[in-house]
Design a protein around this ligand. Structure first.
Ligand code: IMP
Length: 202
């Protein structure tokens, strides 16, 4: 039987951890199991001040990797809207303000796109891998879609109900987690990270 080492994820978002851990289980012969970094709740979160997803993911991974000798990965993700010049981008979680809810952010997005015919958008996820304060690599996944005129579906989180995915003719808010993960920005970035780990462990 394959010996699995821990690969620590450092985000307190339990939904994302579950998604990552489940996805890892579906990959054969992966010598790692994804777990939350031990003691994560006691570690003060670092500020997210980067201008790019890569900078934010990298700085989080390097910061948290000081607390273990095992491999650590962190993520940063968001929505880029063509007609808004790539906004909200790295500010996606706080688009409508520091304490904005998903509904606030979605309403602001619809407001800013009122009368806009170019509705193209993409979700981006960058995963960064680090060990003992040293950066190893980043992995970028993205998925293209269109912003709807109103919310559809109640699944997922964030901008999912407004994000229409043409190949499945449904919004991300209408997809089950099992349908969303294989095609999502997060799923794509994770597969790249796994490929790298598998190559490195051969
Ligand atoms: P973070 O990666 O936790 O910083 O998330 C950034 C923000 O981007 C989230 O709060 C959501 O608003 C948005 N976002 C990132 N990924 C997704 C997704 O898969 N669906 C919907 N919104 C997302």
């Amino acid at each position: 039987m394959l010996t699995q080492r821990p690969l620590y994820y450092c985000s307190s978002n339990p939904g994302k951890l579950r998604e990552f851990a489940l996805a890892a289980e579906t990959i054969a012969d992966l010598p790692f199991r994804i777990e939350a970094l031990p003691g994560l709740k006691q570690i003060p979160a670092p500020p997210e001040e980067g201008l790019t997803f890569e900078e934010n993911a990298d700085s989080k991974a390097s910061y948290y990797s000081r607390f273990t000798s095992e491999l650590v990965f962190a993520d940063d993700s968001g929505l880029e809207v063509e007609a808004l010049g790539g906004a909200p981008g790295v500010h996606s979680a706080r688009f409508a303000g520091p304490n904005a809810t998903d509904a606030d952010n979605n309403n602001l997005l619809l407001e800013q796109l009122a009368n806009q015919t170019d509705r193209r958008a993409r979700f981006v996820c960058v995963l960064a891998l680090a060990r003992e304060s040293s950066r190893i690599a980043t992995f970028r996944g993205s998925v293209e879609g269109e912003i709807l005129q109103q919310a559809h579906g109640a699944n997922g989180f964030g901008y999912d109900p407004l994000f229409f995915y043409p190949p499945l003719a449904r919004s991300f808010g209408e997809l089950t987690p099992a349908e969303k993960f294989p095609i999502s920005h997060r799923g794509r970035a994770l597969r790249l990270l796994f490929e790298r780990l598998r190559d490195a462990s051969r």
